[in-house]
Design a protein. Structure first.
Lengths: 354, 459
């Protein structure tokens, strides 16, 4: 009988193999999926949109890094989640949004929206939307100052408000839009046009995103394609997106059937504003959405319903952001009430405390 | 049963995972007989239950197949001499857990024929149910799928319970392992025979052999041997881990669920591994005992992987040497499959009844996520609540919530509110977790702590 040398081995508990999909890989793929939207934002709105997204991303990354330093923890930048927050925040701001305000918003997103809760995985609200909600409250005028798509000279010059000085009053865009706008492209967003002037925008324009709006939220088609990439890679929960879109379509469809003069068509509701970006990339944020199979549907439908109610009955033209933030707050409750039935048990036990 | 399974006829259970199979290394290698080692070590406790009592003394000569230890109770089985030779001593030997336990040391005679002469033919048809259960016990057969639970114990249906279906488990959902697959290909008649014996012993009219759809050749091999009366059928299950867990198999084949904390018998089913049935089918009619089993030796750490008929008690060192054990760059030697197997610290242990295979992993072959973990325990990232584990857990638990509690040491809360004890540690959650959180490992700790506390409260 032989006596081979038996080297030191590692003793580990099962399982001894592991899926190669890791959190940084998931996050990196979300970034890949967002890049086409960044490029399209650049095509529509030029340098201003691009620099906006770069600034928000850079500030988010730097903020996270600084907080890691301050709290004496290893840098968490390698998980790529700060990059996602940065890009998403840039995408949901008006393209001519002053860069210094964007930087403040990005800082707020990471500092208040994420790090304060304990970092990745512990935040209750979507950090990018926390930042945007803060900006909406702090700078209500700038965040509703829209620029038409395809304005002349967008690749060579900035929208005047982009480079506004900190704490100064950003220049008005009225004159700029009159000078630069291509025929047929208005400065107001389709939702605002509808809400305040009763004008509906052509569905095809909405679907392809050749309208004014936030930097990256305009093209429903592109957003759906990018989302489909993540769904195929099993990195995005399509049920949430489906829940949001279906409930918006059905609820606004009911309103439309009851009174087509007063309420917009369900297609208009689907493809306008930030709904598509919200439904595909914001509501599906893993950290701030439920983990239970039934919970994700409830969560999605809740976002859809709140969005329609705000848009049609509230004072604001757009409600996706608040809808998602409100639904975020209910995630622990939703999860509690929708714990899946365990194999071999008759019924879910009484609700549990968390 | 899902809609999809009704359309395709392929049975399955909800959730589960799809790890790479790695079966191609050994699946086409016929079972070969491994040479007898000069010395065999037969632990007296290689099954669940009371250890066997030796009935031989030092220096006694035994022939292959002769009983050398008798059961010490109902939940116990006899041992038979795996080779003709002389009893060297009865002493302590190291087992897979690393502890020392009593064992019979047997020196094989190099010149012996090693023919199994021991045993008297049994007329199965003439035996009553009780006599059959006794006959199964005397074969020394235990669950060869890894559990090593004495088979005859499962045959005694307790008062007030009834069984309508006996399931033969041919799923072998663990990656790498091909033991059951080869047994189904090469001993189909024995499996059917064994299943019929079990059905008779339990008084059951229906038998189902469940086979995953990556082993359709096994279905082809089994089908011609099915009895004409239609009492036994082969059903194809989806290839999915852990399809071979008995709870999942019962759900897939019968659409029933084993009640929480119960056994398959509580929902009218009994599940037996195909290798177990093959041994009963072969041994019981001849009145013989279990002296060998098929094991898969595989993994990137051996140069000659394969499926081997191995005499029980063969030292693992001897087996690995035969298979071209590389030695260098070694990461782990695992008994069983990579999902639920146990890694061992020494190769100086014998092959026992419950060992289905030996997987030798090298450092290169380990997934990078796991390799990272090994070098730095703090590599686990925060839970991003991706719900991968919720979608994976075959029991419908919420590993994400359980893991969060586990991290905080809230073990009792896990047991009370999150069904901790329904977890059977298949490891699917840890496998899929993108943040490399050691979920099932937390659950094991939690179970141990809660059990300890419960025991302390009782005493």
């Amino acid at each position: 009988m032989t006596t081979f040398e038996y080297p030191a081995v590692e003793l580990r508990t099962s399982p001894h193999i592991k899926s190669e999909i890791t959190t940084p890989i998931i996050m990196r793929n979300v970034v890949y999926a967002l890049l086409p939207l960044v490029i399209y934002a650049f095509v529509l709105f030029g340098l201003s949109a691009l620099s906006l997204i770069i600034v928000t991303t850079a500030v988010c990354v730097i903020t996270e890094y600084v907080f890691c330093l301050l709290s004496n923890r290893p840098s968490t930048l390698s998980d790529w989640s700060a990059v996602i927050t940065g890009i998403l925040l840039g995408l949901v701001l008006p393209p001519g949004f002053p860069l210094w305000m964007a930087a403040v918003g990005a800082f707020f997103s990471i500092a208040i929206g994420k790090v304060l809760f304990g970092g990745l995985g512990y935040n209750v609200f979507n950090p990018a939307l926390v930042g945007r909600a803060f900006l909406q409250a702090a700078f209500p005028t700038s965040i509703t100052s829209w620029t038409p798509a395809f304005f002349a000279g967008r690749f060579t010059s900035f929208i005047p408000s982009t480079l506004a000085l900190p704490f100064g009053k950003p220049p008005s865009l009225t004159q700029f839009i009159q000078e630069r706008a291509v025929d047929g492209f208005s400065g107001a967003t389709p939702l605002a046009l509808f809400k305040f002037q009763g004008i509906t925008t052509d569905s095809f324009k909405l679907f392809t995103g050749m309208i004014s709006g936030s930097a990256g939220e305009t093209c429903a088609l592109l957003i759906l394609l990018c989302g489909a990439y993540l769904v195929v890679r099993n990195m995005l929960d399509w049920r949430i997106t489906a829940g949001v879109l279906l409930s918006v379509f059905l609820l606004s469809g009911i309103f439309y059937v009851l009174n087509p003069q007063r309420y917009p068509s369900p297609f208009f509701m689907l493809f306008s504003g930030g709904l598509m970006l919200g439904a595909v990339f914001m509501a599906t944020d893993m950290v701030t959405s439920p983990t239970t199979p039934l919970g994700v549907w409830i969560f999605g439908v809740a976002i859809g319903v709140i969005t329609v109610v705000i848009r049609l009955k509230g004072g604001l033209p757009e409600g996706v952001m608040y809808a998602i933030l409100i639904a975020n707050a209910f995630v622990p409750l939703i999860e509690n009430l929708t714990q899946p039935r365990v194999y071999g048990t008759v019924k879910r036990k009484e609700t549990v405390k968390t | 049963m899902s809609l999809a399974s009704q359309w395709t006829g392929v049975k399955t259970f909800p959730r589960g995972i799809h790890p790479p199979e790695f079966k191609e290394m050994t699946e086409d290698k016929p079972i070969r007989r491994l040479a007898f080692p000069p010395e065999l070590i037969i632990p007296l406790s290689q099954h669940t239950g009371a250890p066997a009592k030796p009935i031989v003394r030092e220096g006694q000569e035994v022939v292959r197949g002769e009983p050398i230890a008798e059961p010490s109770g109902f939940v116990s089985v006899p041992m038979h001499a795996p080779a003709t030779g002389v009893i060297e001593k009865i002493g302590l030997a190291r087992d897979a857990r690393g502890t020392m336990s009593p064992a019979i040391f047997l020196k094989a005679y190099p010149g012996a024929t090693q023919e199994v002469l021991y045993g008297k033919d049994v007329n199965v048809d003439a035996l009553s149910r009780e006599e059959l259960i006794k006959a199964v016990q005397s074969t020394g057969v235990v669950g060869l799928g890894g559990a090593a639970f004495p088979t005859h114990v499962k045959l005694a249906v307790p008062e007030g319970k009834s069984v309508d279906t006996v399931i033969a488990n041919g799923c072998e959902c663990e990656p790498y392992l091909t033991t059951d697959y080869r047994v189904m290909l090469e001993y189909p008649a024995d499996i059917i025979k064994g299943l019929q014996i079990i059905m008779k012993a339990m008084g059951v009219q229906r038998g189902i052999i469940g086979v995953e759809d990556n082993k359709l050749k096994a279905v082809e091999a089994l089908t011609p041997h099915l009895p004409a009366d239609g009492s036994i059928s082969v059903q194809v299950c989806k290839t999915k881990y852990p399809q071979g867990a008995e709870k999942m198999l019962v759900k897939a084949l019968l659409g029933r669920e084993v009640p929480s904390g119960g056994l398959p018998i509580d929902c009218g089913a009994a599940v037996f591994n195909v290798a177990t049935l093959a041994q009963i089918g072969e041994l019981l009619p001849r009145g013989q005992g279990l002296i060998e089993r098929v094991i898969t030796i595989t993994g990137p750490g051996v140069t000659r992987p394969g499926n081997f008929m191995t005499a029980l008690g063969t030292p693992l060192r001897y087996v690995l040497d035969f298979c071209g054990y590389k030695g260098d760059d070694l990461a782990e030697v695992i008994l069983g499959g990579p999902m639920m197997g146990v890694s061992i610290g020494t190769v100086d242990i014998p092959i026992t009844k419950g060992i289905t295979g030996v997987l030798v992993m090298t450092r290169d072959a380990l997934p990078s996520a796991l390799a990272d973990l090994a070098t730095d325990e703090t590599r686990a990232l925060p839970c991003i609540r991706c719900a991968s584990c919720v979608k994976a857990c075959p029991m419908g638990l919420n590993p994400s919530a359980l893991g969060a509690l586990g991290r905080k040491g809230e073990y009792e809360d896990m047991a009370k509110h999150y069904h901790l004890f329904d977890c059977f540690e298949c490891g699917s959650c840890s496998y899929v977790c993108p943040s490399s959180i050691p979920l099932v490992q937390y659950f094991r700790i939690a179970k141990a702590v809660v059990r300890q506390k419960q025991a302390a409260a009782k005493s």
